[in-house]
Structures are given as structure tokens and as C-alpha cells.
Design a protein around this ligand. Structure first.
Ligand SMILES: *Cc1c(COP(=O)(O)O)cnc(C)c1O
Length: 355
């Protein structure tokens, strides 16, 4: 494996309380970087003091959005050790995103080693307060200085991290979602299954409109038939229907969440029946009315589990479970966060120790 050079900061930043700083605005002391070009492949893997990037305004990423990213967390366990949740899954997914966007494949073992060293070096930044964690953001961008349209020959990979506060300061609170029937986030054949910034650019307008109407976020519907539920656009969606755990099947436009996958594995291990299939807006709507939809929640790295208390469409609203947090939703949340923070046993071997 390529050697990872380490240059430590000589001017450590003052640590801050993540509860007082908004998510994603203040980063730790160090970052991991490596560069790619066709002659050398990936090279110069290194950890350096956190710093600005110096990029020519003609750099590819600014014009044609050759950008992918990941999101995961490191947690402090009660014994003081630091552990990450399934980081191999993030790097495997990142390589699948890279393939779709014509960015270069990278060595997942090297990225994991770089990440472990980075988090170990900045371990003092991993909060010890209940519910807080260190958010980790790997990124890859195309860096050819060339605005002619062609493939990517140069790239930069980097990882930055920031402490984040507990997502729920006052416990699990059901939110209402607006079913989005106008804008689409992604279509089959497009980039919906990748974690690329472009998907978020396409999703922003609907999100802003929903927020202005007081909804927490939108529920995306498939872009081809405009009939089937897809996801939340930053979180996947799950339903408890007639006692089964049901989630939209991966169809190329839905992001294959690692939280989604883990919850399905966990529910199966409990002996719960699990279905990955198409769920139509109509089935969801009628099911909420009749009560066959017993619970609904979103899932993703940021909040782990967000209970859904209702859906809105065409000026009408249906509630789920009387807008209270269901039993399965709570069980999933407590078990998954318990494993992540090292408070309950990890029978799946998901956690990776940093130090
Ligand atoms: C990251 C993301 C998710 C959730 O994935 P996790 O791996 O569980 O964090 C869901 N949908 C979209 C669009 C995402 O970008």
C-alpha cells in the first residue's frame, strides 16, 4: 500500500461545542488528500493541516459537476474508544459513484487506512457528549483545467471531518413530508444511485418550496411513471405495513443507503418479514387512511431514524400512527444508535475501531 505522509498542525484550533455550532461549518485540525492523474495513478496520499484548496477557475468540477461524496460518522464508546460505522460500505459506494461519473477508481483499503489515521490524529475532536459524533465527509472532484467537454483525467480525493451535535435534542419527533409531484430528483439511467452533488442541485428547489410551506422535506416519486415512492432525498424511507417492514426496491434512481441496508439486516435478524418492492403513492395514501400503514420513518447517517407523522399532497394531509412514534421505529432507532455508540453489543460486526 502507498505510504501516507503525515504533517501535523503547529497551530491546533480551539475545540468548540458542537451543540453551539451549526452542522458542517467548522472542521477539525487535519485533512486527508491524494491526487490522481493518468501517468501516476493515485499518488501523494497524505494527511496535512486543514487548509483551503487552490483551484484554477477553469477546473472541470466548477463547470460540469464532476463531484461525488460520502457521509459517515465516528462515535465515542463508553470506554473512551473511537469507532466508525461500516466505513468499507461508504468507500465501496463511492467507487460505484466514481464509475458512473467517469471519475477514477481508488484503492478502498488505502482510503480506509487514511481515514483511520485521520480520525486517530483528530481523536480529541470526537465528542464524548451523549448523541454527539464526528461527521466524516470524503469527496472526489475532477480537476482537469479544461472547459472543453470530455472525460476526466485528473482528480483530487480528500476527507474532512467535523464534530456534530445530537440530531434530536428533545427525542424522536414525527415530521410531515410533502409528496413532490412536480420536480423529480433523479431518473433511472441517471445518477440517482450515486452520491453526487448534482443530485442535490436538482433537489434544492422542491426542498425550499416544501420548507416554505412548513414541511420538513419532500418525499420523491419516481421520475418515469410519477407513481411510485422513492426516498426523502437525503434519507431513505421505510414503512411498517401489516407488521412487515417495507421499503422501495433499489431501481437505479434511489440512493442505496447504508442505514437502509443495515436496518433491513437488523429487522431480518429479529425475524421480521422484510419486503423491498415498489410502493405506489396511492397504496401509501390509502394505507395511511385505512391503517395498514402502521408506521413510517426515514433513515440515513445524519439522523439515523426520523419518524414520519404524516404526508401531504394536493392540499390534503394523512397522518401515520396518529403522529406518534411507532414501536418498530423506536426499536430500530435504539438498537442502531446503541450499536453505533458502543452501548449495545454489535452482533453484525459493523463497527470499526479507530483507537
Ligand atoms: C446519503 C443519502 C442517503 C442515506 O444513505 P446512508 O448511507 O444511510 O447515509 C439517502 N438518500 C440520499 C439521496 C443520500 O444522498
Amino acid at each position: 500500500m502507498m505510504e501516507i505522509k503525515v504533517v501535523k498542525t503547529e497551530a491546533p484550533k480551539a475545540k468548540y461545542d458542537p451543540a453551539k455550532v451549526p452542522f458542517g461549518t467548522s472542521f477539525t485540525d487535519h485533512m486527508f488528500l491524494m491526487e490522481y492523474d493518468e501517468e501516476q495513478g493515485w499518488h501523494d496520499a497524505r494527511i496535512e493541516p486543514y487548509h483551503n484548496l487552490n483551484l484554477d477557475p477553469g477546473t472541470m468540477v466548477f463547470h460540469y459537476a464532476g463531484e461525488i461524496f460520502e457521509g459517515l460518522k465516528a462515535y465515542r464508546a463508553p470506554d473512551g474508544s473511537v469507532q466508525m460505522f461500516r466505513p468499507q460500505e461508504n468507500f465501496a459506494r463511492m467507487n460505484r459513484s466514481a464509475e458512473r461519473l467517469c471519475l477514477p477508481q481508488f484503492d478502498e483499503a488505502l482510503a480506509l487506512e487514511g481515514l483511520k489515521q485521520l480520525v486517530a490524529l483528530d481523536a480529541d475532536w470526537v465528542p464524548s457528549v451523549e448523541g454527539q459524533s464526528l461527521y466524516i465527509r470524503p469527496v472526489m472532484i475532477g480537476t482537469d483545467i479544461d472547459i472543453a467537454l470530455h472525460g476526466i483525467h485528473k482528480a483530487l480525493f480528500y476527507i474532512i471531518t467535523c464534530p456534530v451535535s445530537a440530531y434530536y435534542s428533545s427525542g424522536l419527533q414525527p415530521v410531515e413530508l410533502l409528496i413532490e409531484m412536480e420536480d423529480v430528483r433523479a431518473v433511472r439511467g441517471g445518477t440517482g444511485f450515486t452520491k453526487c452533488g448534482g443530485n442535490y442541485a436538482a433537489a434544492t428547489r422542491a426542498g425550499e418550496r416544501a420548507a416554505a410551506k412548513g414541511y420538513s422535506q419532500v418525499l420523491w416519486v419516481d421520475g418515469v411513471e410519477r407513481k411510485y415512492v422513492e426516498e426523502g432525498g437525503g434519507m431513505n424511507v421505510m414503512f411498517v405495513m401489516d407488521g412487515k417492514l417495507v421499503t422501495p426496491e433499489l431501481n437505479g434512481s434511489i440512493l442505496p443507503g447504508i442505514t437502509r441496508k443495515s436496518i433491513l439486516e437488523m429487522a431480518r435478524s429479529w425475524g421480521m418479514e422484510v419486503e423491498e418492492r415498489k410502493v405506489s403513492v396511492e397504496e401509501l395514501w390509502e394505507g395511511c387512511k385505512s391503517g395498514t400503514v402502521q408506521e413510517a420513518f426515514m433513515c440515513g447517517t445524519a439522523a439515523v431514524v426520523t419518524p414520519i407523522g404524516g404526508f401531504a399532497k394536493d392540499g390534503e394531509t394523512v397522518l401515520v400512527n396518529g403522529k406518534t412514534v411507532g414501536e418498530v421505529t423506536r426499536r430500530v432507532y435504539e438498537n442502531l444508535t446503541g450499536i453505533q455508540w458502543g452501548k449495545v453489543e454489535d452482533p453484525f460486526g459493523w463497527m470499526v475501531k479507530v483507537k
